[in-house]
Design a protein around this ligand. Sequence first.
Ligand code: AMP
Ligand code: ZN
Length: 113
Amino acid sequence: MECIFCKIACGEIPAKIAYKDDTLVAFHDIAPQAPTHILIIPVKHFSTIQELTPPDRELVGEMVLLANRLALKEKIAEGGYRLVLNCGKHGGQTAYHVHMHLLGGRAMHWPPG
Ligand code: AMP
Ligand code: ZN
């Protein structure tokens, strides 16, 4: 298994884990772009969000709901936060295991660069 996020999900590579259950893992980004920067991943490997299909709709929904709960826990819910899913080269994806960024603790800019 070559995927770094699969290795984090199974505990083979250490990470600062924020949440873990049988289907989802959340851990702090190694190069945080905001005071709070957490990555939420499915335990199951998908390279990009293009690989997700209708049977995965509950999994995708759970990722958003977990982000909301973590935002509360991290005390960024009131100030507001951003969820990001990068897909492929033009989307700026660098880690090819589906992940959702939870960013908060500072004001974000729009549009992105
Ligand atoms: P993306 O550009 O959307 O593919 O985001 C990949 C993210 O994974 C980047 O924000 C990286 O800083 C982060 N990252 C890469 N390797 C690790 C790691 N070992 N532990 C935590 N975060 C990582
Ligand atoms: Zn993987």
